[in-house]
Write a protein that binds this ligand. Structure first.
Ligand code: HEC
Ligand code: HEC
Length: 236
């Protein structure tokens, strides 16, 4: 399969969160054209995120991101995702997607387009090591709705060829390290529903396009239910 390199190589440092070490090797990988779940990582350690980079990330976050996402990556608006505790490679991929117009938002697109190239990796690393907080009221949905969402999230629905969301979105035993698969727990329901609708309408594009296929099989009730379950889940 032909490998399509991205214009910019994405950097990530998966071990930052657990190790607390700052000068870790950062692996570079290129996006590929095939549909394999794990993307295609041509790993070469080329760079390192230093303590200075982390401090740069913290400062840029305070200046450029805090007013919407919170200084520590905990947003309060229902339409704005929290970045705290999210995988840094996923955050970088999304900044690239906004820049390349694979994903659009009237607030976020201009920010991503104005972002200096060298600030992206430090910002992603900084937010990835912050602690996610559940938002007030996130557990307020009707129990029946949350249970329907849990079933869909954890078990999927074979009759509709829907895989369990947990298969890709959770970490732990049986879930491999998929650096570009986002953690979802704690994101507000309104944001989750809006993203599922954008995937369904193909307004939000991703490579590989697994979410487009999954969202196409979800109806309004599924989206509301799974979003209510996700919002109340402190999983990161
Ligand atoms: C003016 C408000 C605003 C500012 C400032 C802002 N963002 Fe955002 N950001 C948003 C909104 C709104 C979204 C959700 C967009 C959507 O619905 O697709 C978002 C989404 C994101 C996402 C995608 C998260 C996900 O879960 O997919 C990333 C990454 C991100 N922002 C990073 C940043 C960074 C880094 C900064 C600072 C350089 C920043 N944002 C500044 C409003 C903002
Ligand atoms: C086969 C793997 C896979 C499965 C199964 C899966 N997803 Fe995803 N999901 C992804 C990937 C990969 C992305 C990141 C797409 C991108 O880069 O924009 C994603 C992104 C998302 C996002 C956007 C998160 C954000 O912060 O913006 C939501 C919401 C989501 N998925 C919900 C679900 C739900 C609900 C289910 C179950 C019904 C599900 N996913 C099942 C792979 C999967």
């Amino acid at each position: 399969m032909k490998v399509k390199s991205w214009s910019n190589v994405l950097l990530f440092s998966a071990a930052l969160a657990s190790g607390g070490l700052l000068a870790l090797p950062v692996t570079a990988f290129a996006m590929c054209g095939h549909g394999g779940e794990h993307g295609c990582r041509g790993a070469t350690a080329t760079d390192a995120l230093t303590a200075d980079d982390m401090e740069r990330g913290r400062q840029r976050a305070a200046q450029e991101c805090a007013r919407c996402h919170g200084a520590d990556g905990n947003a309060s608006e229902a339409t704005i995702p929290s970045l705290a505790g999210q995988k840094s490679a996923y955050l970088l991929t999304q900044l690239q997607n906004f820049r390349a117009d694979r994903r659009h938002n009237r607030l976020m697109t201009p920010v991503a387009q104005a972002l200096a190239e060298q600030d992206a990796a430090p910002l992603a690393a900084y937010f990835s090591v912050q602690t996610l907080k559940l938002r007030p009221g996130s557990g307020a949905s009707a129990p029946g709705l949350v249970e329907a969402g849990r079933a869909l999230y954890e078990e999927g629905d074979a009759s509709r060829h829907l895989p369990a969301c947990s298969h890709c979105h959770d970490t732990g035993p049986g879930h491999g390290p998929r650096e570009r698969f986002p953690l979802l727990g704690g994101q507000p329901a309104a944001y989750v529903v809006s993203q599922l609708k954008q995937f369904q309408a193909r307004e939000r594009q991703a490579m590989p396009p697994m979410m487009t296929r999954i969202a196409a099989r979800l109806d309004e009730n599924d989206m509301q239910a799974v979003a209510a379950f996700i919002a109340a889940r402190p999983q990161r």
